[in-house]
Design a protein around this ligand. Structure first.
Ligand code: ZN
Length: 114
């Protein structure tokens, strides 16, 4: 089994020390299981828990009232093509162009993978 390189300095000379992996070059220590959990938590998932990716097509999972200019409601079942994921922006983590409404930010919790 090979160890991952150091996430800070990319050194390949990492070694295991108990539960931790240690980098001898920059003295960084980290827990591989925690790193995996963080990577997993950073994934953006749809209403069913499926992982979404850039460029995915999704379907709106419930009627969404639109505030602001024009208003209206994005109907459940509306297909949205080629979404862009946005990390670290809070709830509205999908940048998408919705037919009839234009470009907007959506919550991953209101879409499902098409
Ligand atoms: Zn390092």
């Amino acid at each position: 089994m090979s160890l991952p390189p150091c996430p800070l300095c990319a050194s390949e000379y990492t070694y295991e020390m108990g539960e931790l992996i240690v980098c001898p070059e920059c003295a960084h220590e980290w827990s591989p299981s925690e790193a995996a959990e963080q990577a997993d938590a950073a994934l953006i998932r749809d209403v069913n828990g499926n992982v979404l990716s850039d460029g995915d097509d999704v379907v709106i999972a419930k009627d969404l009232p639109v505030k602001g200019a024009g208003g209206g409601t994005i109907k459940v079942g509306t297909k949205v093509k080629g979404i862009r994921l946005q990390q670290g922006v809070g709830d509205h983590d999908i940048d998408a162009t919705v037919p009839g409404f234009g470009r907007m930010q959506l919550k991953s919790s209101v879409v499902k993978k098409a």
